[in-house]
Design a protein around this ligand. Structure first.
Ligand SMILES: C[S@@+](CC[C@H](N)C(=O)[O-])C[C@H]1O[C@@H](n2cnc3c(N)ncnc32)[C@H](O)[C@@H]1O
Length: 232
């Protein structure tokens, strides 16, 4: 027997069957599986299982995330969208009153993202480089509530800051999946994370959550931070 219950985070659900409990979101595009995830019909709604192995945001929630700024109605700027696995769940969560601007610089990967957006009017795909926010400023009708960053580049904290500075203001949120080995292939992991967190701090971003994603993702941290002073 299957039961779907609201999670503590609005727009997120847990689904329980006889064997396990999984995270899921209510699909805004019923009948379509985006990356092979299971679709579950329950009380006249359709839910999509949210894989903790395929999405760092799902892994962070599973590992005890305490702040979830992505909510129904949120305006999200998502950097490093890839083919849209996590973007699709964000699109379910923000639902019809929210928007996910999804930035991906690989044209080949972005083709799948554009295909995904055809069935999800709240996703605006942007084929651009997240290091240059002014290049897509004309497309983003701000202000943005949350900048989500998963680009796996060496200067991740700086890219997050530049985008927050361009599109957000006091009280906005940043979410950052730090891939340690994209930043430094040899140094001690804690040293790498501390350096990125110090960079966020120097930019005036207050870190409110810091989650180790192991064993779901190796050498990754998930950070939630907040704009608590004017960004200059
Ligand atoms: C780890 S994957 C993202 C996975 C995705 N966030 C998800 O959970 O479904 C990183 C993506 O960032 C993209 N990327 C890397 N550097 C970028 C940049 N400077 N601007 C835009 N996209 C970038 C890569 O092409 C790749 O698709």
């Amino acid at each position: 027997m299957v039961t779907v219950l609201p999670h503590q985070f609005s727009g997120v659900y847990t689904i329980k069957d006889d064997e396990r409990t999984s995270l899921c979101t209510e699909s805004i595009a019923p009948g379509i599986s985006v990356y092979g995830e299971k679709l579950i019909s329950y009380e006249e709604k359709e839910y999509r299982i949210w894989s903790t192995r395929r999405s760092k945001l799902s892994a962070a929630i599973r590992n005890g995330l305490s702040e979830m700024p992505i909510q129904p109605g949120s305006q999200i700027l998502y950097l490093g969208a890839a083919s849209g696995t996590t973007v699709s769940h964000c699109s379910d969560i923000v639902s019809k009153n929210g928007i996910v601007y999804a930035v991906e610089f690989s044209e080949r990967t972005a083709r799948e993202l554009i295909h995904l957006a055809a069935n999800r009017p709240n996703i605006i795909p942007i084929v651009e480089d997240a290091r240059h926010p002014t290049r897509y400023a004309s497309v983003v009708a701000g202000p943005i509530d949350v900048v989500y960053q998963d680009v796996a580049q060496p200067n991740q904290a700086t890219i997050l800051y530049e985008n927050l500075k361009t599109f957000s203001s006091f009280g906005a949120w940043g979410m950052l999946a730090i891939k340690a080995r994209s930043i430094d292939s040899a140094s001690d992991l804690d040293e790498i994370y501390s350096k990125e967190i110090a960079t966020l701090d120097n930019f005036g971003l207050q870190v409110v959550d810091n989650i180790d994603l192991s064993p779901l993702e190796k050498d990754h941290r998930f950070i939630v931070c907040r704009v608590t002073e004017e960004l200059t």
